[in-house]
Ligand binder design. Structure first.
Ligand SMILES: C[S@@+](CC[C@H](N)C(=O)[O-])C[C@H]1O[C@@H](n2cnc3c(N)ncnc32)[C@H](O)[C@@H]1O
Length: 260
């Protein structure tokens, strides 16, 4: 079966956890979690965040991880069992656009790097807002792939590939910059935002994080770059790597808002 646009597997998400840990921790802080709280992680993947959230709410609380991918949910359920938190950390297969939870059920909700996969993210934020209690926090973090930048003399190829990644390999690759508008449209209050640069001098990590192999092949197939250009591009990066001067970065944006 073919994978949906921008699909990433549980292994990829576990590898990214270390790179993004400070951002994840900040999102937990913005949720203002207390023991006994009920919290939602929408687009939870393999439980990357639901397991760390477990001790924050404690056994009298509830963490629900929701994702539409059955393989992600199976991995998350296993992680919760292995961490021995499965009596209060549950995972469910759901579509972000229509949540099977009661209105005003959760004390806070978070979502990280889900909206970039949604053609229209407004219904997902509307659902997150609906299921949050009045006064509770809604926290969303997502990438602005338009900010992807790699130091290279091949600027034209670099821009074309970055633009292809943002516009063609994902449904909503500029997601991060659109969050403010979305939060305002949902009438969330006390809106705050932070921008997190994710930068690395490690070429192999950057290639993994940006799914470079897949994107380059798709771009080649789409005629965005020629085989010769792709060769030149890869050679330039490999040279930078061998000289110890590779550098790449991208920005993540995090918004928090309170339900009225
Ligand atoms: C980039 S991953 C992020 C996972 C997790 N939040 C993390 O930080 O590790 C995006 C996740 O969103 C899920 N997803 C994509 N579209 C969805 C939808 N319409 N409803 C629910 N989940 C969805 C994918 O299955 C995937 O697990």
């Amino acid at each position: 079966m073919s994978q949906p646009k921008g699909y990433v597997d549980p292994e990829y998400l576990r590898a990214m956890r270390n790179l993004l840990n400070h951002i994840k921790q900040r999102s937990y802080g913005l949720m203002q979690i207390q023991p006994g709280h009920k919290v939602l992680d929408l687009g939870c993947g393999p439980g990357t965040d639901t397991i760390p959230l477990a001790p924050m709410v404690g056994v009298n609380g509830q963490v629900i991880g929701a994702d539409y991918d059955e393989a992600m949910i199976a991995a998350a359920v296993l992680s919760a069992e292995q961490a021995d938190v499965n009596t209060w950390v549950m995972h469910q297969c759901v579509d972000a656009r229509s949540l099977p939870f009661e209105t005003d059920y959760f004390d806070s909700c978070r979502s990280e790097r889900l909206f970039q996969h949604l053609l229209n993210p407004a219904p997902a934020l509307s659902e997150m807002t609906r299921v949050t209690k009045p006064g509770g926090w809604v926290v969303v973090a997502d990438t602005d792939w338009g900010s992807l930048s790699t130091d290279s003399d091949e600027i034209d190829i670099e821009r074309r590939l970055a633009r292809f990644l943002a516009e063609s390999s994902l449904h909503n690759g500029y997601s991060g910059r659109k969050l403010y508008r979305l939060f305002k449209q949902q009438n969330l209050t006390d809106i705050s935002f932070e921008v997190f640069p994710v930068a690395t001098p490690c070429y192999s990590l950057a290639r993994q994080a940006t799914q470079a192999e897949r994107i380059e092949q798709q771009a080649l197939k789409a005629g965005v770059v020629t085989a010769k250009e792709l060769q030149r591009w890869q050679a330039s990066l490999e040279q930078a790597d061998s000289e110890g001067v590779y550098f790449g970065s991208v920005n993540l944006m995090m918004f928090a808002g309170r339900k009225n």
